[in-house]
Design a binder for this molecule. Structure first.
Ligand code: ACO
Length: 353
């Protein structure tokens, strides 16, 4: 039946509520209909990048957007269903093009048939292995049989660009203000954390979180160095070299631990692994962070302070520290000036107390 007026409010829903995000491990039924399966349910935090500042979707009743990912390979399933659509009642009304919008943010090749998706999840569960170079591993406690492995990759790593294109939607959904990065830019380095469960003859890898980092040229004025004014086109010089074969300022851009794994120490373990890695790399001169939020600043402060205390970096130095001493410590720790001053201030206050 066609009507000419409708109560518009009845046709508006909150995108965060209707987007059903799942990380599917292995199970036999659609986790939305049969929640007893093996999967993680994720509640999106920010959908404004997709659906506008009000995070609202217009034109449907009982809308469900199922966006499921295989927990390791991130093979994707998308299904959009609803009971009623406004344009069926009000000709000319323009409901939000939900599938069209989501398609802009996820790569082609997603599945729309649940059984096909499930078969692929089951196949990938034992077949998927992380790409890139393993840089670290840890257990959350000594008696924990699960191992977590950290890998480093870039967009030249075989298969990684495709993997990242499936992964990157999570930064929009969980980091306020995040944007997609340029996958054609070779200066990006990405570290990924995987949970590894051993099952006799194979391992199952599930994604826990990841961090994107950009390798900037770091200009150091020292004996023999070219003045900055003589370096006309830094990108030309850098394109001839691989990342980290020139003095680098490494900037953490996006740092994400997926919600089911937050507050279990994974963020700290990832940060510590990255920090250890960069301390050992003579080409990396400084670590900076792009627009950190409070949660990340806390994590960073805590871990930097722990490093400074455990390694007795500022122990026994007279208060107030003189400028050259601070600079010496800063270069050694490869922290940026602001972070170094924050840490020293906190340590000095602790000593005065
Ligand atoms: N039980 C209880 N609490 C624990 C445990 C545990 N087993 N292990 C750690 N914690 C606590 C820590 O002590 C810490 O507490 P505090 O906040 O009171 O200091 C807290 O959990 C967080 O520490 P981690 O577990 O190491 O950190 P987490 O893995 O949760 O990662 C992060 C933190 C990255 C902020 C994560 O929550 C996240 O991804 N959030 C969403 C995205 C985001 O905000 N990213 C940062 C954006 S800024 C940028 O990208 C540069």
């Amino acid at each position: 039946m066609t009507i000419t007026t409708v109560n518009q409010e009845e046709w508006v829903c909150n995108a965060n509520d209707v987007l059903k995000l799942r990380l599917v491990c292995a199970h036999t039924s659609d986790p939305y209909e049969h929640p007893e399966g093996e999967y993680h349910q994720l509640l999106p935090q920010f959908t404004y990048s997709l659906f506008g500042p009000l995070q609202q979707i217009y034109g449907y009743k009982n809308l469900k957007i199922k966006l499921y990912y295989a927990a390791g390979s991130l093979v994707t399933y998308l299904d959009v269903s609803y009971d009623e659509k406004i344009s069926d009642h009000l000709p000319g009304a323009k409901p939000t093009d939900v599938i069209g919008i989501i398609r802009e943010y996820i790569p082609e090749g997603f599945m729309t048939n649940y059984d096909t998706f499930l078969q692929r999840v089951q196949k990938d569960t034992h077949a998927f292995v992380p790409m890139g170079e393993k840089i670290s591993e840890y257990r959350l406690s000594d008696d924990d049989s699960t191992v977590y492995e950290i890998y480093k990759a870039n967009f030249n790593t075989p298969g990684f660009k495709e993997y990242h294109s499936r992964l990157q939607l999570f930064v929009l959904l969980y980091i306020d203000g995040a944007r997609y990065i340029n996958e054609d830019d070779e200066k990006w380095e990405i570290a990924l954390v995987f949970q590894k469960k051993s099952t006799g003859d194979s391992n199952i890898y599930n994604i826990i979180g990841y961090c994107t980092m950009y390798a900037f040229f770091f200009y150091e004025k020292c004996e023999g160095s070219k003045p900055l004014s003589e370096i006309k086109d830094i990108s030309n010089e850098l394109n001839e070299t691989s990342n980290f074969s020139y003095s680098t300022r490494l900037r953490i851009s996006q740092f994400l631990i997926l919600p089911p794994y937050q507050k279990q120490d994974h963020g700290s373990r990832l940060y510590q692994a990255l920090y250890r890695n960069l301390l050992a790399n003579p080409w990396i001169k400084e670590l900076t962070v792009e627009d950190p939020n409070d949660a990340f600043s806390d994590l960073r402060d805590k871990n930097d302070l722990m490093y400074l205390v455990e390694n007795k970096i500022v122990e026994g130095l007279p208060i107030p520290l003189d400028k050259s001493k601070v600079e010496e410590v800063r270069r050694k720790c490869k922290l940026d000036q602001r972070q170094m001053h924050r840490c020293i201030e906190m340590l000095m206050l602790k000593r005065l107390n």
